[in-house]
Every structure is written in C-alpha cells, then in structure tokens.
Design a protein around this ligand. Structure first.
Ligand code: ZN
Length: 501
C-alpha cells in the first residue's frame, strides 16, 4: 500500500467516525434520551452531518481518490482497493452535488419534524405535522434536483437506498406483485380463519425479551459485539463492526410483537457482524443496499422464524418459558397463529401476504407526492380511500393511517419504502439458492442449528459488505437477476397449506 492510499483510508475512517457518532446519537435519541434533550440533539446531529459532508466534499479527498485510481485498477476490479475506490467515489460524487447549506437545513428540519411526529402520532394529530411534511416533500424534490437529469424525480432518492434501481423498475415489479397478491389475499380471507388468541394473552415482558434474544444468539448474533434495548420503533444500528445493536418493542398482551421484531433486527445485525473485518471504518463496511439488508431481516424473521421446521425445534422451549399460556396449545395451532393473514391497517404489524400491498401503497403515495399529484393536506383522506381499496380496510384514525410510519417524518419522502418489498423478493430467492446448495438446511433448522444457512449467507452476501452491488450479489449467489417467482412460490405454498387453498 502506498502513502497516498494509506492517507485515503485514514481520511475515510475519519468520515466513518463522524457518521458513527451520528448513528450513536440517533440510537440514544430513540432509546434513552429524555424528551427534554430533543432540541439540542437536533442541533448536534445537524452539526455532525455538516462536518461529515464537509469532509466528504473536501477537494483533497477527491484528489486522493484520483491518485488511487490507477493503482486500484492495476490490482484488479475485484480487489479491496478497487472496490473501496468505487464505493468512496460514489459517496464523494453524491455528496459533492448537494450544497452544504442544504445538508444542514435538511438535518435541522428532520430533527424538528421527527420530534413533532413523536407527539402527533399518539394524539392522531396530522394537522400538527402537515406543514412540516409538505416542506419535506419540497426539500426531497430539491434534493432530487441536485442529481438532474433523471427519468423520474424519485430516481435519485431511490438510488440513495437501492443503488441502480429506478422508479420505473420498481413500478414494473410492483404491478406484477400486486396482480398476484390481491387474489391471494382474497382467497385466504375467504377461507376459514385462523384463531390467534393463544398469542394474545399476558406474557411477562422480561421473559419475552430473554426468549427472543436467546434465539437471536442461536442464529449467530454475537452479544459480545451487540446488545438489545427497547424503543418505540425498532431498528438495528452499528457504530463499528464490533458494536452492532438491535432495538425492540414489547407488548405484554401480544407475543408476536417483540419475538418477531427481535428476529427481524437480528437478521440485520447478522449481516453487519459478518462483514469482512478488513472493511472496518471504510465505506465498504455496510450492507450493499437497503433492499439486500431487508432481505436478511425478512429471511431470518419469516423464512426461518415463522417456519414449521423452526418451531418443531423451538416450540417446546417456548412452552417451557410460558407454561400457563402455551402449555395446552398444540404446535400446529401455534404455527397457524403466528402466520395468521388478516386485512389490517398497520404495515409493521402486517402478515407476510398483505405486507407487500402496504409497501406498494406507500410507494405510490411517495411518487404522487413528489410529482405534485397529491397534496399533503389531502393525504389522510387519500390514505383512507386507498387503504379501503388495496388493503380492504381503512384506518379509523390517522395514528394508524398516514402517521403510522416514521420514515417520512425523519428523512426523504421518496426512496423510503421500495426496499421492503424488494427485500422480500430477494429473501426467497436467496433462501432457495441456499437450499439448492444445502438441502439439509430445513432438518438442521429443526434441530436448532443454523450454521450451514448462516455460513452460506455469510459467504455469499454478508462478507462482501458494500464491495458488491445488489445486482452483483443476487446474480453471484443465485445465478439469476432479481426475480419475483421464488417469493410468490414461497407464499403460495406456505399459505396454501395453512389455509387449505
Ligand atoms: Zn428491517
């Protein structure tokens, strides 16, 4: 490694330090910070984001990247140097297009709006956030403008979370997905319904958290490099490869809440914890995209955590943890209960089958808001109408309607939701490929062993961090580009059995 390359790596590490500090303050804000800290925290985050931006746009960094380019090219396209230069250049080019004043103003705006939303949501008071949300739409449009020309105003925002994906691609996938999901939901909700009352009893919170975390640890979540805390809106965050944290939300009257959100966030954490340690503190030490990240949370939460082989192995332990509640409930009844399909209003509580319809609805709203076809003031009514049509049930309050998701109230409007559905598609495609390579995986899962699956995922996805693009990962791991067929096959088979279709 020459001196210039070392200098480049050191500068990138400094940027990573600032970004990790942003993440740490954000984690604290969402877990332990008293509400009185909100105003100062907003200012602190805005300051740090401006510092990170200033470092990223420093002409000295661009010069170091230029100088590193020939050496990186000589080492070959797949080399650490070449991948690092590619990822860092993308970040620098993106950052350089956005004026520093915008970065500061947007961060400050988001901090104010997020704080307002945390009060508006429980009060179901959309009017309290509507003007600020309208400003978010304007700022998101302005942000997209820095990347003109584009085909669709949402493209630069989508590219931020899912590099290389455009609004038109997502629209095409979603049209096909919707055409399959609508009749499937119709068939399921017309069949005999599943009783999930066994999950809706009193389950002491501490025992729930302990059980979920024990499963996460069995999956391979390393608690010497992680921890779990409580939050109103669960997420995973990372401050270094040695400190990857999950958060969860627990309800004493509903077992699924904490259990599956823990397995979900553990899936995100497994990804980060298995990234190549050589990538530490560089732009390669993160997931390839939001969509790929979500494929891993959904894979561990659903394809493993809501599967029959998994519970054949784990159900006795769950019954032992909650003998009064589940001792007399047979495995089959429990399995059906955790996979109950229901027309519902809240995305994060939605089952696997209706989930995609929630995401498609959000995506459509994002495009319409950005295109100016839908005014923020009309959002609550449009939401009720669309939910009635697409989900088959309208929310009774804005709390469970247009105020339910944190995303638009703390970041861009646009590019926030497509990852969830793309992740689902990828999860089934990856899982099928893992099973082709190792047909013994279901038996191992039943026996409470997850090593073969995790090792396959680590080798094909996790270890590469951001050194491979989503498309490179999907093709490399499955031999094909992203496709919807495995996911639809998975849903039809699983729910066909549960609902006797
Ligand atoms: Zn997730």
């Amino acid at each position: 490694m020459d001196a210039d390359f070392e200098d480049l790596v050191a500068r990138l590490a400094e940027i990573d330090d600032v970004q990790s500090s942003v993440a740490l303050l954000g984690w604290d804000q969402a877990t332990y910070m008293p509400t009185g800290g909100a105003a100062a925290r907003g200012r602190q985050l805005a300051t740090l984001e401006q510092i990170a931006h200033a470092r990223q746009t420093d002409p000295a960094l661009a010069r170091l990247l230029d100088r590193a380019q020939p050496a990186a090219a000589r080492e070959g396209e797949g080399s650490f140097a070449a991948r690092l230069v590619r990822a860092a250049r993308r970040d620098v080019e993106r950052a350089t297009k956005v004026p520093a004043a915008f970065v500061g103003a947007f961060a400050a705006h988001n901090a104010t709006l997020y704080e307002r939303w945390t009060h508006a949501r429980p009060a179901s008071d959309f009017a309290a956030v509507a003007p600020l949300l309208a400003r978010s739409v304007e700022l998101s449009r302005e942000y997209a403008g820095f990347f003109a020309p584009y085909d669709h105003v949402a493209d630069p925002l989508i590219d931020l979370t899912d590099p290389g994906v455009r609004a038109a691609d997502v629209r095409a996938v979603f049209t096909a997905l919707r055409a399959e999901l609508v009749p499937l939901v119709e068939a399921i909700t017309s069949a005999a319904q599943v009783d999930d009352r066994c999950l809706r009893q009193h389950f002491p919170e501490e025992e729930q958290l302990a059980f979920g975390l024990a499963i996460a640890a069995r999956f391979g979540y390393d608690l010497a490099r992680g921890r779990q805390d409580r939050t109103p809106h669960p997420f995973m965050t990372k401050f270094s490869l040695g400190d990857v944290r999950i958060t969860t939300r627990v309800r004493a009257d509903y077992l699924s809440e904490a259990l599956f959100s823990t397995l979900h966030e553990a899936g995100h954490a497994l990804y980060e914890q298995h990234i190549d340690p050589r990538y530490e503190a560089t732009p390669l030490a993160q997931g390839s995209s939001m969509g790929v990240h979500e494929s891993q949370s959904r894979l561990w939460e659903n394809l493993v955590g809501r599967s029959l082989p998994f519970w054949r192995g784990q159900y006795p332990a769950l019954q032992a943890a909650f003998p009064a509640q589940l001792g007399a409930v047979p495995l089959d009844a429990f399995y059906r209960a955790i996979n109950r399909v229901e027309r519902s209003t809240v995305r994060t509580a939605a089952d696997e089958v209706t989930y995609g319809l929630h995401v498609i609805m959000r995506f459509d709203f994002e495009l319409e808001l950005l295109e100016g076809k839908l005014a923020v003031a009309d959002l609550p009514e449009a939401w009720r109408e669309r939910a009635r049509r697409d989900l088959g049930v309208a929310p009774e309050t804005d709390r469970d309607g247009c105020l339910q998701d944190v995303h638009w109230f703390g970041g861009h409007v646009g590019g926030a939701f497509q990852s969830y559905a793309l992740g689902n598609l990828m999860s089934a495609q990856f899982f099928e490929a893992a099973l082709r390579a190792h047909p013994e995986i279901p038996q191992e899962i039943e026996a409470g062993r997850f090593d073969t699956l995790r090792s396959w995922l680590a080798a094909n996805i996790y270890v590469h961090g951001r050194a491979r693009t989503p498309d490179e990962l999907v093709r490399g791991a499955t031999g094909k580009p992203l496709e919807a067929a495995p996911y639809l096959r998975y849903l039809r088979t699983k729910y066909g059995e549960i609902y006797g279709l």
